[in-house]
Design a protein around this ligand. Structure first.
Ligand code: ZN
Length: 139
């Protein structure tokens, strides 16, 4: 079995950023030369997440509204009282969606739905440079 790893770097803003990384993950798969197996997309950090969505303005706006309803940016959080960094909502949104996504790889291609993009969400309230670790495993 072969393992290929590539690190992506994404520049964020102080707001919620939703990066479509599908193209970059496909490039990593192509560079790996691996044809059968799986891909893990993981972001280290407790204020970011990885998921899939149809990357179009309506769905992105709806996702933003859902997250704002579940964990409002202006809400009261014990984390903020303890640390004073004001990003309690960012940690909760990250925990809800999770830091990684796995997808199967067959015949050298990711198996994704036609309108299913891989997105990295950066919820932090200050601009950060995010690392995303793409690991391709298989043969
Ligand atoms: Zn924090």
């Amino acid at each position: 079995m072969a393992v290929y790893r590539q690190i992506l770097e994404l520049a964020g803003t102080a707001g919620t950023d939703i990066h479509d990384v599908t193209g970059q993950v496909n490039e990593a798969v192509a560079a790996s030369g691996i044809r059968e197996g799986g891909v893990l997309v993981f972001t280290p950090g407790s204020t970011a997440a990885v998921t899939t969505i149809e990357y179009e303005p309506g769905a992105l706006s709806d996702l933003g509204r859902l997250l704002e309803a579940l964990a409002p940016a202006g809400g009261e959080y014990a984390h903020n009282q303890r640390w004073g960094d004001g990003n309690g909502y960012s940690h909760l949104r990250s925990a809800l969606l999770g830091p990684s996504l796995g997808a199967p790889l067959a015949e050298g291609r990711l198996i994704l739905g036609a309108w299913q993009q891989i997105v990295v969400l950066d919820f932090d309230n200050r601009p950060r440079k995010r690392r995303v670790v793409v690991t391709v495993q298989g043969e």
